[in-house]
Write a protein that binds this ligand. Structure first.
Ligand code: FES
Ligand code: FES
Length: 157
């Protein structure tokens, strides 16, 4: 079986999973990255969002064989940083977390946005989370949480 090597939250790792195995399954089952949630399994809901070479992707529609040499960041990796803490605090202050299922994917989308654009306006925030579905909040509190995160984390991105 071919070995696939990549960087996961800053550490070099490898897997012998079949190259067609879904990335979400390898991350959750082999590396215990359970912040990578499975919702639709079809690339539509954003629950499985991660960063691949700094860009947001859906781990449910990528095969492990496609990520040889890539740098991956999961919600767990982001949460452990000062930026991740600013995101969490912003969401908490805004009351943006209801059932919580979408939140790890939203945090990844937030990180991706603020790296590119540390002071986004509302339209830019809504565009950045357009691939992440939330069944609970109506999005207004999430948008508010991202604004608060940008303020709290000012200078970190
Ligand atoms: S579970 Fe991957 S996009 Fe929905
Ligand atoms: S908080 Fe429940 S899906 Fe977003």
């Amino acid at each position: 079986m071919r070995e696939t090597r990549f960087t996961l939250n800053g550490k070099p790792v490898s897997t012998n999973a079949h190259p067609m195995t879904r990335l979400i399954d390898v991350l959750r089952d082999e590396f215990r990255m359970t912040g990578v949630k499975e919702g639709c399994g079809e690339g539509e809901c954003g629950a499985c969002s991660i960063l691949k070479d700094g860009r947001i992707v859906n781990a449910c529609i990528l095969a492990i064989g496609m990520i040889e040499g890539c740098v991956l960041e999961t919600p767990e990796g982001i949460a452990g940083t000062d930026r991740g803490r600013a995101i969490n605090e912003g969401y908490a202050e805004a009351g943006a977390v209801q059932c919580g299922f979408c939140m790890t994917g939203m945090a990844v989308a937030t990180e991706a946005l603020l790296r590119q654009n540390p002071v986004p306006d509302e339209d830019e925030i809504r565009a950045a989370i357009s691939g992440n579905l939330c069944r609970c909040t109506g999005y207004a509190m999430i948008v508010d949480g991202i604004k608060r995160a940008a303020t709290k984390g000012s200078g970190l991105w």
